[in-house]
Ligand binder design. Sequence first.
Ligand code: G3I
Length: 383
Amino acid sequence: MKKVRRCILLVCLLPVIVFPIRLPAQQAITGKTPSLKEVFKDDFVIGTALNRTQIEERDPLAAAFIPRQFSAFTPENDMKAVMIHPQWGTYNFSEADKIIAYSQKHHMRINGHTLIWHSQLPVFVRRMQDKDSLHRFFVEHISTIASRYKGKVYSWDVVNEALNEDGTMRNSIFREKLGEDYVVEAFKLAQQAAPGTMLYYNDYNIERPEKRAGAITLVKKIQAAGVRIDGIGIQGHWHIDQVPLKDIEQSILEFSSLGVKVMFTELDISVLPDPIGSNGADISQNTAYNAALNPYVNGLPDSLQSKLAGSYEDLFRLFLKYKNKISRITFWGVNDGNSWLNNWPVRGRTNYPLLFDRHFNPKPAFYKVIATKTRNTDRTASH
Ligand code: G3I
């Protein structure tokens, strides 16, 4: 008899045993968990980076979760040159058109990413030797894409990561063949192709004084040429041991004094050992895997969870202090499992850089962020 009872109990408990990690995610969708976009709706837009699987809504849980938390998004990869313009004159608009359809279905604002970047260029561009060919590509690429999505894309990262760490111009193929004024021309072409679209410069580490100065020079150059630039994106790829709050505050002040909106466009905070000490996002840098660099495969210790929560709390307190200068905060990924930081600068690690865990459960960092607005110190939802 005892055995029978035990079996019945096990069968009854089985669903809870198998699905406990999913329950809070349901809460995140059914409304028990606060919505980031709602909580901060009077302060700034809250966005995320979306990958193709998410745009195609293949996971019903993610499909319900994303529009509830975010009111804007940046396609993580599918509008980059290598994806959208694989052969000269041949465009692959299928994925980008799905992105537009997704944004219209969920009434979410798209930040197009990115028209001109030295990375993720198609092979035919990387092999170009002469200036005239590259210039023809440059003009056609910007004009074709920006005009096609005019009125459908809210904004463009017109140029991404044009600066070196010391604030000088990165010696990309564009600078090398077209000269330093390629940035001004890119904005001019985008403005002509899509007059109503917001135009941004986007880069990492531009909160640091030297690189910040380079970005300011760039913005002033665009403005001096009578060309429109509406905002500057500080990517915000930081590391838990060095979130530069003072530099960030100074950058908000100095960038906004140029008359442009400030945005944090790719926010994440790595909690893993940083073997290259860059605290940036130079995708070309990487390091070989070793277990010592991947210490939290079985979960993040509470001490680090609360340290991460503290870092995000400090950041959102600062963002709220300058909410009139900041127009958007975009996280670079929906949950920890989506993050590029699981594979950079070391492939195959388990990182925890965002506000939601791999099962869409809100982490302590999420509740600390919400509490900066609701002023509650305890959790704001039963979890
Ligand atoms: O789509 C191919 C797939 O077909 C192939 O099987 C696979 C093999 O590895 O590669 C896939 O492409 C990858 C792509 O992400 C989509 O997953 C590329 O290799 C990989 O390099 C690419 O990484 C992206 C990286 O930019 C380079 O474009 C990351 O997801 C993305 O998070 C990262 O984002 C950049 C921003 O655009 C600019 N700021 C820095 C930020 C972090 O590097």
